[in-house]
Design a protein around this ligand. Structure first.
Ligand code: PLP
Length: 370
């Protein structure tokens, strides 16, 4: 007899990236660089850190259950009503709540592959049927996604920029796609990395929130604001969708420190500008150096790069670990010669490139000797 609800026991466990401490211990290296989880390499917004310190003594009290001040501040910024926003314990949790609110057993949930794994986990937990169509040239294939819609389709996850590939879909492409979405389907725009996008053709889902379509936009404080450890993410939706979604919210989903940090971070324009500049410079440097190494990189629009190293990914991952650099190898998504590299500070990027150069020098030397 199994105690598990249907489907749960078959769920593959999420594989998190290696932690810095783990690598330090295993390889005996003091100085480890983690370019594996798309975190902010500058640390957290200093204003947010100060807000956490200032609030720390109040943690005997429960926090505001609905993060009202944060909803109000975000609403102003986004030109919606505060009641159209739901803040929760990271966007990961928001994705789960979306599935809880809308996915019945047997409903189909569509997305492209490879993309963010929480879509699959959330769907399967709710007994939904998870279906994917392949990316096309590392990009969401919106035509194929629309073709895959059936009577049973309930929800479509559109990751833009896509994780792990960093590619975006454009306004025109999304407009054509939205014209093909029937009334029984909800489109979720996962915009965890939207702040990093420079391309003016980039399509933000907010437009469809304002048009009262069946959409949800998801965003996070984890990336640009450097608050991954506080777990604050949010959804924005038209009232008819949000009125359902909010019912799934846990009693106190965002802790006191997370709410204070997120509120302060929104005012930290100096940190935001610095983070965007460092990301732009690091991206340019890495793309150039990857090209010199013969790698083929996808169009990078987030704070990470998806690149084909044309080398066995398990080998590269291990060799980089020995040199104190943690990356995310592409075999996790079924792409054996690819890696996803978070864009670090210039110093961290240079460390990665010199480690790669050394690895290739050693292997070429070995090949010549053989
Ligand atoms: C595409 C995408 N969506 C959602 C998330 C989850 O963000 P959060 O840290 O807010 O849970 C991530 C985190 O890496 C992500 O890459």
């Amino acid at each position: 007899m199994s105690f598990s609800r249907k489907g749960i026991i078959d769920l593959k466990l999420y594989v998190p990236g290696r932690s810095i401490d783990e690598v330090k211990r295993q390889y005996g290296i003091d100085d480890v660089v983690k370019l594996a989880s798309n975190e902010n390499p500058l640390g957290a917004s200093p204003k947010a850190v100060q807000a956490i310190i200032d609030t720390a003594a109040n943690v005997n009290m429960y926090p505001d259950p609905i993060s009202m001040r944060l909803c109000e501040k975000l609403a102003k910024k986004l030109n919606v009503e505060p009641s159209q926003i739901m803040v929760s314990n990271g966007m990961d949790n928001v994705l789960l709540l979306i599935a809880e609110a809308f996915v019945n057993e047997g409903d189909e949930v569509l997305t492209c592959a490879p993309s963010f794994d929480t879509y699959r986990i959330s769907t399967v937990i709710m007994g939904g049927t998870f279906k994917t169509v392949p990316l096309k040239a590392h990009k969401f294939d919106l035509e194929a996604l629309a073709d895959a819609i059936t009577e049973k389709t309930k929800l479509i996850f559109l990751c833009n920029p896509n994780n792990p590939t960093g590619t975006i879909v454009t306004k025109d492409e999304v407009e054509r796609f939205m014209a093909r979405i029937p009334e029984h389907v909800i489109v979720m725009f996962d915009e965890a990395y939207y702040e990093f996008v420079d391309n003016p053709e980039y399509a933000q889902g907010m437009r469809y929130v304002h048009e009262n379509r069946n959409v949800i936009v998801g965003r996070t404080f984890s990336k640009l604001y450097g608050l991954a450890g506080t777990r604050v993410g949010y959804a924005i939706a038209p009232h008819h969708i949000m009125n359902i979604l909010k019912r799934t919210l846990a009693p106190f989903p965002v802790n006191l420190l997370g709410q204070a940090a997120a509120l302060a971070a929104l005012d930290d324009t100096e940190f935001v500008e610095r983070a965007l500049r460092v990301n732009r410079e690091g991206k340019q440097y890495l793309l150039t150096e990857f090209k010199k190494l013969g790698f083929d990189s996808a169009d990078a629009n987030g704070n990470f790069i998806w690149t084909d190293t044309h080398t066995d990914g398990r080998f590269l991952e291990q060799e980089l670990l020995k040199r104190g650099v943690i990356i995310r190898a592409g075999y996790l998504w079924g792409f054996d010669t690819f890696m996803r590299v978070s864009i670090g500070t210039m110093e961290q990027c240079e460390r990665l490139i010199s480690a790669l150069k050394e690895i290739f020098r050693v292997t070429q030397g070995r090949a010549q000797r053989a």
